[in-house]
Design a protein around this ligand. Structure first.
Ligand code: URA
Length: 247
């Protein structure tokens, strides 16, 4: 159950005061009857709500894949910068948030949802969902750096990083797959092996790949299969053998 004005507002159909005005003006039908009270409780999963002649379908959880461009911050609100939610335009709902963070200058795959449980499970330290990043590097990448990253490196915290998977693209370009989400982790890992990241893009999270057809700043809904794969991820990764390397 929820208030009618909140239901419309959460669907981004107007500010709370706008939708209240529209309800009082008779622009909203609930199950084909005009309702004039913004505070009317509705069964959002069952009732048919019609706003200005349009049926508002109910989706409890929504999941988007955004191709984050550089220059926007992974937050729901920011006084000084555009946020990833600003990129959703009409689809922006009040209850959406990004699943974790990418740095302001990092590009690529960012999930946005209102599913708090899935988000918590994907980000929980023990779950180890794989995140793969394309890294452009300032210096040549060599076998010594590779071996260190694959073993786990000291980035100045109590524990070394978990072993990463390295894929070489060319002599200054790799992909790095990690299963943690420490602050600036990829940049700090490359710094720890005496290299530097000059460009970073996330290209995969679990089984969900960055859709190369999406322009920078573009987004689309996740498919049912992609959502299911993330839920499966959360269930299986948590019980994998822990191969953490102690510092
Ligand atoms: N690691 C980083 O250093 N930055 C990111 O944005 C994501 C992972």
């Amino acid at each position: 159950m929820m208030r009618l004005d909140k239901f419309l507002c959460d669907r981004n159909l107007g500010t709370r005061s706008q939708v209240k005005k529209d309800i009082k003006a008779g622009l909203v039908l609930v199950n084909n009857s005009r309702v004039l009270q913004p505070e009317r409780q509705i069964e959002e999963e069952r009732d048919l709500i019609c706003y200005k002649g349009q049926l508002c379908t109910y989706e409890k959880y929504v999941y988007y894949l955004l191709n984050k461009p550089a220059g926007v911050v992974s937050a729901t609100e920011d006084r000084h910068h555009r946020t990833v939610l600003d990129l959703l335009g009409e689809d922006r709902r009040k209850d959406l948030f990004p699943v974790g963070r990418l740095d302001k200058d990092t590009e690529g795959l960012l999930l946005i949802t209102n599913d708090g449980i899935l988000t918590h499970d994907l980000l929980a330290p023990g779950k180890h969902v794989e995140k793969e990043y394309e890294c452009h590097l300032a210096a040549y990448f060599d076998d010594r750096q590779r071996a260190a990253l694959e073993q786990g490196v000291d980035i100045g915290e109590k524990k070394r990083t978990r072993p990463a998977v390295v894929r070489i693209l060319d002599d200054r370009k790799i992909t790095l797959t990690i299963t943690e989400g420490r602050f600036h982790q990829v940049k700090r890992m490359l710094h720890a092996v005496e290299n530097e990241v000059t460009y970073l893009k996330r290209i995969r999270m679990g089984a969900v790949l960055l859709d190369e057809g999406l322009p920078r700043g573009g987004y689309r809904k996740l498919t049912k299969e992609e959502v299911e794969s993330l839920k499966y991820e959360k269930n299986t990764y948590g019980v994998r053998e822990d191969r953490e390397v102690q510092a």
